[in-house]
Design a protein around this ligand. Structure first.
Ligand code: HEM
Length: 342
């Protein structure tokens, strides 16, 4: 299936977790229960492979990886976030104010995508005058993460766009400016679109958040749990690992089903319901442990600002079109989220 095609079943509901098993087609172990996925994410002998967000995985230069990780965490520290917050609030409010209420709006194309670009420019210190060119480069890089990523032309184009972004951000204020720019301008808008789709599909929860904005920190965790867009990540065993009642032999591949773990009923009662006041328990939407997402604090801050502004500005958002889903490279998100705002 290509990234451009629609799939009939709502894939927001991931497969139910089950005991660890070996999938001979994928030639990989599949871990999907919450405790197994949690333990695997924290297991030092399971090394991240595949996908883009890995820091020097092939060389297994652990010291270099940790240094780069620390530099990036430093560049995205709590004090930097507080510097960005008022500017993000201002641009979020003005963008929401300009959304029309007399026709259905695609929250993804008309809000979260341009909003993510503005945030990416703010964080990377890029020149706002370069927005159109940067947006195009980010779009081309992200296109290769789709299900059609085997397309060699698409991959070559993404590699050229990546090289161009690396050149642009080589001297920026944050290390790894290229992946940070793509994550903020492409991945985050899709995550927020999926989270808002969940919110719009639960009008009582939308109203609850509007009435009780103090629920926001827990609500963001619940939205990440329920609507996280990373379905799975991969690991390669660097030694024999005993986990969840099975032995994973050195060299074997392991799939960690993050979305399934986040719907494990043993960990999250009534897992397919979005309950914003749910007691907060750690989800794995942004990983955990040694390879957890270094953008996590920034994502939480940005999602809180945007979701708080949405629910404060509009009393109601009614869903108005059939959803087309996009999948690929472990991602799953809606192609558009058409709603009528009031
Ligand atoms: C909103 C969109 C994002 C999502 C859904 C996301 C998700 C994730 C997940 C699930 C992981 C763990 C991967 C694994 O365990 O194999 C991860 C790792 C990572 N993320 Fe994010 N991320 C996002 C945005 C960002 C941003 C904005 C940045 C940087 C500014 C970032 C930088 C990283 C890095 C560098 C890693 C690897 C950390 C390591 O290996 O030490 N991500 N992300």
């Amino acid at each position: 299936m290509s990234a451009g095609s629609s799939i009939p079943v709502d894939p927001m509901t991931p497969p139910r977790p089950r005991a660890p098993h070996f999938d001979p087609v994928k030639n990989a172990w599949v871990l999907s229960r919450y405790p197994d996925v949690w333990a695997a994410l924290r297991e030092p002998h399971l090394w991240p492979v595949g996908g883009k967000r890995q820091i020097q995985p092939e060389t297994r230069d652990e010291a270099g990886r940790l240094k780069q990780r620390a530099e990036m965490l430093d560049a995205l520290s709590a004090s930097r976030l507080e510097e960005w917050r008022p500017r993000l609030e201002a641009l979020t409010h003005s963008a929401l104010d300009s959304l029309p209420t007399n026709r259905p709006v695609d929250l993804f194309a008309e809000f979260t995508l341009p909003w993510g670009l503005a945030l990416a420019i703010l964080v990377t210190g890029a020149d706002p005058a370069d927005s159109p060119r940067l947006a195009d480069l980010g779009r081309r890089v992200f296109a290769a993460t789709g299900a059609e990523s085997a397309d060699t032309d698409l991959r070559a184009d993404a590699a050229a766009a990546t090289a161009e972004l690396e050149r642009i951000f080589a001297t920026g204020p944050i290390p790894m400016g290229e992946p940070a720019f793509v994550a903020l301008s492409q991945t985050l808008p899709r995550l927020l679109a999926n989270a808002w789709l969940a919110l719009v599909r639960h009008p009582d929860e939308f109203a609850r958040l509007r009435a009780q904005p103090e629920l926001m920190p827990g609500a963001i965790e619940e939205l990440l749990r329920y609507a996280g867009i990373v379905r799975r990540v991969f690991r390669r065993a660097t030694a024999n690992v005993d986990l969840g009642g099975v032995r994973i032999a050195e060299g074997e591949l392991v799939m960690l089903m993050l979305a399934s773990a986040n719907r494990d009923p043993e960990q999250f009662p009534d897992p397919d319901r979005l309950l914003l006041a749910r007691p907060v328990t750690s989800h794995v939407a942004l990983g955990t442990g040694r390879n957890s997402c270094v953008g996590a604090m920034l994502i939480r801050m940005a999602a809180s600002v945007a979701t708080g502004a949405l629910t404060a500005r509009f009393a109601e958002a009614s869903f108005s079109r059939v959803i087309e889903w996009r999948t690929g490279s472990g991602f799953c998100f809606p192609a558009s989220v058409y709603v009528t705002l009031r």
